[in-house]
Design a protein around this ligand. Structure first.
Ligand SMILES: [Fe+2]
Length: 429
């Protein structure tokens, strides 16, 4: 791809993501009006005038805007149901748009070939109309059902992923638990968080790492939730880094609250740990809260932090965004732990046990395990949610890494490993 084309593409992507939330608000307002109307179309005696459509969408826009701009300490159940309905309508509208483009293309094709096959095109048109008349409402109902599943059962699933990795030079096995993207706030109850903390403690790790987005935003009540995080137990400590949402919530406020409950915060800094005779150098990068959709593929401070590490000591890197992996592998970090993507939060089953997900639009490292030049990256799907309390084929996740010296006869690890390499091991809790 040429340089001007790359720049144009990058500028278009920046514009799209900078205006993403405002665009989403407009699209959701249109969806709230158009999708129910489309489903009720057979019951309507006549087509509605354009002015009524514009008014309906404008009214929903005013309602939605007032919901997102009002500062609420708590989000009532009725509002949660309304926003969930809006999100379902949005997904249905996306399906409706794709279907309409397909339907329109088929009709254009039929019009172009009418002179050649007049009878065949008439038949084609009527069968296409009949098919779409059936497929569109059925498709929207299927999408609605999947989303309802995501809001109810999907978001309650918790996966504990056990990942065994070979690390050269280790004298003893290290057990490291990772949690990420907790997003304490309106979408997480104290009871839920308490359950997650107990689940992590049951794994009895040597070390616990929290890879950012502990808070959700400025309204997150840290005093209500952080004492529960203080109950995390690991023999060699609990270490956290900040994510973009921690910066939205106030980086200094979040870091201070974490330290008050006994959690070490690594903010472009490092700590060398002695895990029962095995040294481990843990580096934590700050996120700085830049555009949520932008990957950060290089950090000059990482080179400095690696250069300052004791010679021969394995390096564990904590970076909220995963796109740093190339630099991390080049620097010699044996394992990089990241979050940020939530595994897309919404995914669909794909071939080979994969899950295609929304985060693939913003990063090649959307979820799971990746390997390059003997170094590993793990992207945790997160414990919390952002925006909507929904997860589809993307359970909340606690990951447990068992690092041990490589066994000589074991086959070489491929350069890029698909997500959930140790598929036999994960437990579904
Ligand atoms: Fe997050």
């Amino acid at each position: 791809m040429s340089l001007p084309l790359r720049r144009t593409r990058a500028a278009a992507a920046r514009f799209f993501f900078r205006n993403f939330f405002h665009g989403l608000l407009i699209a959701a307002s249109a969806a709230l009006w158009l999708v129910p109307l489309r489903l009720l179309a057979p019951l309507l005696p006549t087509a509605l005038p354009v002015w009524l459509h514009c008014t309906g969408i404008a009214v929903f826009y005013a309602i939605n805007r007032s919901i997102v701009t009002e500062r609420r300490a708590r989000f009532p159940a009725a509002l949660r149901i309304y926003t969930a309905f809006a999100f379902i309508c949005l997904m249905c509208m996306a399906f409706l748009l794709v279907s309409s483009v397909l339907w329109g293309s088929t009709h254009v094709l039929a019009a172009l070939s009418q002179g050649l096959f007049p009878q065949a095109t008439a038949g084609l048109r009527s069968s296409v109309d009949a098919t779409f008349g059936l497929v569109v409402p059925l498709g929207m109902m299927a999408i609605g059902s999947l989303m309802v599943f995501g809001y109810t059962f999907g978001q309650r699933q918790l996966r504990i992923a056990r990942v065994s990795l070979p690390v050269a030079g280790l004298r003893r096995q290290l057990r490291i638990a990772q949690i990420s993207d907790i997003h304490v706030g309106q979408n997480l109850s104290r009871r839920q968080l308490s359950g997650f903390v107990a689940a992590v403690n049951r794994l009895e790790p040597d070390l616990i790492c929290i890879t950012g987005d502990v808070a959700d935003g400025p309204r997150s009540n840290l005093d209500r939730y952080f004492p529960l995080l203080g109950e995390l137990r690991a023999r060699h400590g609990v270490w956290a880094i900040l994510g973009n949402h921690d910066h939205y919530a106030g980086a200094e406020r979040v870091a201070a609250a974490l330290q008050r409950v006994g959690i070490g915060v690594l903010c472009d800094s490092a700590a060398t740990l002695d895990v029962d005779g095995q040294a481990l150098h843990v580096i934590g990068l700050d996120d700085r809260g830049r555009d949520w959709a932008r990957g950060v593929s290089s950090a000059p401070v990482l080179d400095e932090l690696v250069a300052a590490a004791p010679a021969g000591v394995p390096i564990l890197l904590l970076s909220h965004r995963p796109d740093i992996f190339s630099q991390a592998a080049r620097c010699g970090a044996v394992l990089t732990l990241s979050g940020h993507t939530h595994g897309g939060q919404l995914a669909v089953p794909w071939f080979g046990g994969r899950r295609r997900n929304l985060a693939e639009l913003v990063t090649p490292f959307s979820r799971g395990l990746f390997a390059r030049d003997g170094a590993f990256l793990y992207v945790n799907c997160g414990l919390g949610v952002t925006g909507q309390r929904i997860r589809l084929f993307t359970p909340r996740e606690i990951s447990l890494f068992e690092l041990a010296a490589p066994v000589p006869e074991r086959a070489a690890v491929p350069s890029v490993v698909p997500e959930f390499l140790n598929r036999a091991a994960p437990e579904i809790a």
